[in-house]
Design a protein around this ligand. Structure first.
Ligand code: SAM
Ligand code: SF4
Length: 346
């Protein structure tokens, strides 16, 4: 292509989103609902009060918001929640987002789900251009699954994972590491994922939101310890791969399996952070571990012209904090944030 013919395209390109610490924002995580059909003990209390429906962004507003971010350089979009697949009409939104995959502006459209609705939606997700998904699963034991999710049932989720793999979706399992709960299942989970050719990532439990009578400190199982257990059985190599997020990867040389470790507590990960989060009411959180946020719903609703919205997005990115302050090292929960993980989507 001649340099001259590139000019109109270059003129249309907007300045990318760069935060005060020179981190480019290319990854947007959107919580499309705060509701869920499970009540995982580390995530929610049993009696949650959910937002009134009128406070939620409509699917059209979510489309406009995400499309603006994509216009400003976001290349990866993760849909989350609450449970994203319980939001009514959510497949319309996925279908709409697929136009950005087709145009090449968006490189990946994905979701994090508890798997309960995958049997119903796996084929539709694939048709909308989704290729990889994260499914959260903390145990392979029916009774323990019912205990940890309170309302969930394991066979339904397994059927969902089967359907996802059958549809051609690559599945990564996310497991929250919980002391005295799934520490005994480490090798069962690892072997089960290897058998099914699924990646596996462990997450340290984070101090987010009031969870009723559950105790954060006793829930906490450090991934340093988890890694030590893997090292006792396997040759473990560190991988240099980074996704701009909290995960670090190791390989078990004997099986070739890659395992992710998300360690916000025992290892800080903020220096390479490339992401921001939007709640279902249009708040933007530029750091998962801080209370600070800005409102995008008002500028979104104030005018049909996207200039206001773009200005508000840039202002929010302009005050993205350097990092979080979670700390369990003094055997107390320091740096706790008041909102639940389901509010910002994890
Ligand atoms: N409902 C979907 C799911 O469970 O995958 C998506 C939303 S959920 C909030 C996203 C992720 O956050 C899940 O993998 C869940 O296990 C994790 N999560 C929830 N509360 C957490 C906490 N306090 N600490 C660490 N991870 C948490
Ligand atoms: Fe629901 Fe996901 Fe939270 Fe569990 S972790 S209660 S499935 S939002």
């Amino acid at each position: 292509m001649h340099a001259k013919s590139l000019l109109p395209t270059l003129c249309r390109m907007k300045t990318p989103l760069i935060d005060p610490f020179a981190r480019a924002i290319t990854y947007l995580r959107v919580s499309v609902t705060d509701r869920c059909d499970f009540r995982c003990v580390y995530c929610m209390s049993e009696n949650m009060t959910f937002l009134p429906k009128k406070d939620l962004l409509t699917l059209e507003e979510l489309d406009r918001l995400c499309s603006n971010f994509i216009g400003l350089g976001v290349e990866k979009l993760r849909i989350t929640g609450g449970e994203p697949l319980v939001r009514r009409g959510i497949m319309t939104f996925f279908d709409a987002m697929s136009r950005h995959l087709e145009s090449g502006a968006l490189k990946e459209l994905t979701l994090t789900t508890n798997g309960s609705q995958l049997e119903k939606y796996a084929d539709d997700l694939y048709a909308a251009g989704v290729r990889r998904i994260n499914v959260s699963l903390d145990t392979l034991d029916d009774e323990k699954f019912a205990e940890i999710t309170r309302w969930g049932r394991l066979p339904q989720v397994i059927r969902g994972i089967d359907a996802a793999q059958k549809a051609g979706l690559r599945v990564k399992i996310n497991t929250v590491a919980l002391a005295d709960f799934n520490d005994s299942e480490l090798f069962d989970l690892q072997a089960w994922c290897a058998e099914r050719d699924m990646d596996l990532t462990f997450i340290e439990v984070m101090p987010m939101g009031d969870i009723g009578n559950e105790d954060r400190i006793t829930q906490y199982w450090s991934l340093k310890d988890l890694r030590g257990q893997l090292e006792d059985r396997f040759t473990v190599s560190d991988l240099t791969e980074r996704t701009g997020g909290p995960a670090r990867y190791i390989r078990l040389e004997e099986t070739g399996q890659k395992i992710g470790l998300i360690t916000p507590l025992s290892h800080n990960f903020c220096e390479s952070c490339n992401r921001v989060r939007i709640t279902c009411t249009g708040e933007i959180y530029t750091c998962l571990g801080q209370e600070g946020h800005s409102d995008l719903r008002a500028p979104l609703r104030a005018s049909e012209d996207d200039a206001h919205l773009e200005q508000a997005i840039r202002a929010a990115i302009g005050i993205k904090p350097k990092g979080h302050d979670f700390d369990y090292s003094r055997q107390t929960v320091d740096g706790q944030v008041s909102r639940h993980m389901s509010h910002t989507g994890g």
